[in-house]
Design a protein around this ligand. Sequence first.
Ligand SMILES: [Zn+2]
Length: 257
Amino acid sequence: MKNKIVNRIYNDYFMSSRMDEYEKLLKTFLDNGYEFLMIRDYKKNINKNKKVIFIRHDIDSDVQIAREMFLIEKKLNIKTTYYFRLETFTQDLVSEILSYGSEVGYHYEELATFVKENKIYKKEDVLNSMTKIQDMLISNIKMLEEHYNFKITSIASHGDFMNRKLGITNTVIYDNSLRKKLKLIEAYDLDDCVDFRTSDTMYPKFFKEDPYLAISKKAKKVLLLIHTRYYKRNPKERFKLDVKRFIDSIKYYKINK
Ligand SMILES: [Zn+2]
């Protein structure tokens, strides 16, 4: 536990940029014959023998770091997918990504937001409010599409501490009926079609499973989940997030599963 906190402080407040490592990772996949695809392309007829990789960015924070990653990808001429939360959707970056031709999607968290705003902490009460929560998701998607003038093709669920407390993920909102209505890809749909999936994590490990293993294992369909936080310190923003987390932990301390 103590180590975890020390690592987290180092990661968020002191760690120098790891953008070179990110670039090297992308280049290595390119050099090994992988084609970069966006999440929205996953249903296209991909040749069974072709090696493809999907990069999914969950922009939970640090829009500036996301921009640096985007510029590296642009330099390497590759396309990836960016999921922004309501609080990280940013005009300049979203417009740049869209005009380059990479995918922008919505990192949704309406269930957690609804719970916090309405102070409904019982699992069954939350599940009973599902229609209201789904309506929130529908209207937020519509608002984003109108404001940023583009069509959202895929969405990805964000995991808030509230979801862990309640024992309900945000994905439950996107049930079959809503799926029929919105016809959007949920990024988790890809899990069934990839043969190698990993996600980045905190210093010093940096990846849950080493992404280079995909290459040595000759994986054909690879999915990497990337978060800005693990690539560079950002003291100002991380401090704000730490304060928010601390306040939330006091505010919602009564809630148990
Ligand atoms: Zn997230």
